[in-house]
Write a protein that binds this ligand. Structure first.
Ligand code: ISE
Length: 339
């Protein structure tokens, strides 16, 4: 490996461009050497400030000997095949969530990594690095509220140019909160039931407002409200009721302004603003883990199990009934869990 970890970024949408910039500006031990997008001009605009090489094929970037490790931030359906290519080339990758868009795809990635016998993949379920979520995790670990019994999450988004399908709301957005429930309750999901409605009466098959309810294997319960067109900006938080108290993520840290007979507080417009710090912490932790060869954070197994529960939620939307979630036996490679 070169003196600094040479990182390639696949995909230069909002998230890929942010990861590329963070690698270039925020991480001491790494430099951006390659950027890929099918739109060469868009890739060039992201690559140029770092003097990185431009690719228009993700698989070529992964196999390039100018790249030690890869961040995959291309469209969701491409994640699994690209992650498998990283495994084939023995390269570490930070794979944006979801690990795959279907369970067979996620299973193939997990099988590939398990048969390699080496953890090379981290999944971008990045609430794991958000200081507000971490503070809740710390309170739970200290036992501040006793035994965690109920998880409540809220996840409110600005509208997207192309409105997502009901399944995309779950697979692209709620997947984060479903991971948070597993992570913070430190348990697996045994049942999911999703009900939804729509803010847009003309889109009855696109449920942009969903209530995800879950039962955990140990008996705790969880619910998540997902809103894909909040009408005011972006907001994500969690609250855990325990046997001795309740812990809630801190509210917005923007100032409260009193003026003209009213009080107001600004809200972040989107996740890139709300989680700006978390993305930096995440990529620093990932680079350090690659350099020290000490994997940490959400694993491919987390990506697989979380997707399994998420897709069970999508099934429940179509059947209108709760869906049981199976948790297969954990492969030995993933026996260590970094809470
Ligand atoms: C987006 O892809 C993300 O990952 C954000 O964290 C999430 O809040 C948003 O809903 C997704 O579309």
């Amino acid at each position: 490996m070169a003196d600094q970890l040479r990182v390639g970024v696949v995909g230069t949408g909002g998230m890929g461009a942010r990861h590329a910039r963070n690698v270039d500006h925020q991480v001491g031990g790494a430099r951006l050497t390659a950027v890929m997008d099918i739109d060469a001009d868009r890739a060039a605009a992201v690559a140029e400030p770092a003097g990185a090489q431009v690719f228009t094929d993700g698989f070529e970037l992964i196999s390039s000997d100018t790249v030690d490790a890869v961040i995959l931030a291309s469209p969701d359906p491409t994640h699994a095949a690209l992650a498998s290519a990283c495994l084939e080339h023995g390269k570490h990758a930070l794979v944006e969530k979801p690990l795959a868009t279907d369970l067979a795809g996620a299973a193939a990635v997990v099988d590939g990594e398990a048969s390699l016998g080496r953890r090379l993949l981290q999944v971008g379920l990045m609430r794991h690095y958000d200081p507000q979520h971490v503070a809740v995790r710390d309170a739970l670990q200290r036992g501040d509220v006793g035994r965690p019994l109920m998880f409540r999450g809220w996840h409110r988004n600005p509208p997207e140019a192309r409105p997502p399908t009901s399944e995309e709301v779950l697979v692209n957005s709620a997947v984060h909160d479903i991971y948070s429930a597993r992570w913070l309750l430190n348990d697996e999901i045994s049942e999911v039931f999703v009900r939804g409605t729509t803010i847009h009466p003309d889109r009855t098959d696109q449920l942009d407002l969903q209530l995800v309810t879950m039962v955990m294997a140990g008996g705790a319960i969880a619910s998540v409200e997902v809103n894909k067109d909040s009408g005011f900006g972006y907001e994500v938080g969690v609250e855990i009721s325990g046997s001795h108290g309740i812990v809630t993520t801190a509210p917005h840290h923007t100032p409260v302004i009193r003026q003209d007979g009213a009080m107001s507080q600004s809200v972040e417009p989107d996740w890139l603003a709300r989680f700006a710090e978390a993305y930096i912490i995440e990529v620093r932790a990932w680079v350090a883990s690659v350099i020290n060869d000490r994997p940490e954070g959400p694993t491919a197994w987390d990506g697989y199990l979380t997707l399994g529960a998420t897709l069970a939620g999508a099934k429940s939307v179509t059947t209108g009934a709760p869906v049981t979630v199976d948790t297969p036996e954990r492969p030995a490679l993933y026996s260590y869990r970094d809470m």
